[in-house]
Design a protein around this ligand. Structure first.
Ligand SMILES: C[S@@+](CC[C@H](N)C(=O)[O-])C[C@H]1O[C@@H](n2cnc3c(N)ncnc32)[C@H](O)[C@@H]1O
Length: 246
């Protein structure tokens, strides 16, 4: 049987980030699949539970386990294999869920550095997929700093910490947004002429922001990141780098 699968963007940690459309989807869903453990830190799992509770949804909440990544496979194979396994686990969970649309809560927006859409496309028979957009970490970052993402007529490159380390400052770039960076990869750049707008726990009560010339505040961010990470036991951060004077 083909099921409707609704991927609902929930924003980056504030209960207020989810849209009316997202709340409505949770209320109309017959079932909501929630990861049991694995990638989700306790605090993030708690946010998901509260969003479901506060939406007023009566949907059947169906837990599914996260598979462990097979560390013996090479990188890309490992991800493929891992996604196949998750799709299999979803399938099992969906089989036990009440008939009707099945919703999944997706951190931020399903379209940005998230595999949920790729996993959903593996379901056989293919599901009817609906995406409800959410506030991304990039939007939460630029809003928190009250800055525009783009300059007048300028382009923006969104990348990962690893790519930034591997290729350095992208040629001719004006604005570079960096996500998925576990190690403050801006340290690998020549900081001269660059400004940074950094944010961690965006949208949450303990959000932290730092802004300034990279040469000056870069080292402060490295220290602060270690401190707050130790305090909370986990961290998610995002930053924007821009050439000075644009
Ligand atoms: C797997 S990606 C998911 C992105 C998400 N789909 C979105 O739309 O923002 C995780 C990365 O998003 C960023 N991120 C997500 N939530 C964040 C938050 N509350 N504060 C800062 N960065 C966050 C971090 O760069 C983190 O490494």
């Amino acid at each position: 049987v083909t099921r409707d699968i609704w991927l609902v963007g929930i924003g980056t940690g504030s209960l207020a980030h989810i849209t009316q459309e997202g709340l409505d989807a949770l209320r109309r869903a017959a079932a909501i699949l929630v990861p049991q453990k694995g990638e989700d830190k306790d605090e993030l799992a708690e946010i998901r539970r509260r969003i479901i509770a506060e939406s007023g949804s009566n949907a059947d909440v169906v837990p599914f386990d996260y598979p462990v990544r097979n560390e013996t496979l090479p990188d890309l194979d490992r991800v493929e294999h891992w996604h196949d396994e998750i799709a299999g686990l979803w399938k099992g969970a969906i089989g036990q869920a009440a008939p009707g649309p099945v919703a999944l809560l997706v951190w931020g927006d399903p379209g940005l550095y998230d595999s949920t859409l790729r996993i959903a496309s593996r379901l056989v028979p293919r599901a009817q997929i609906r995406v409800v957009p959410g506030i991304t970490a990039l939007q939460a970052l630029t809003a928190a700093h009250a800055i525009p993402l783009s300059t007048v007529n300028g382009e923006v490159l969104v990348t990962t910490g690893r790519r930034l380390r591997d290729r350095g400052w992208p040629k001719d770039a004006i604005t570079v947004a960096v996500m998925l960076d576990g190690q403050c990869s801006f340290q690998s750049l020549d900081p001269d002429g660059l400004r940074i707008w950094w944010g961690a726990y965006l949208g949450m009560a303990h959000q932290v922001l730092v802004e300034g010339r990279l040469a000056e505040v870069g080292p402060q961010i490295v220290t602060l990141r270690q401190e707050v990470r130790a305090q909370h036991g986990w961290i998610m951060d995002t930053y924007l780098l821009r050439k000075n004077n644009v």
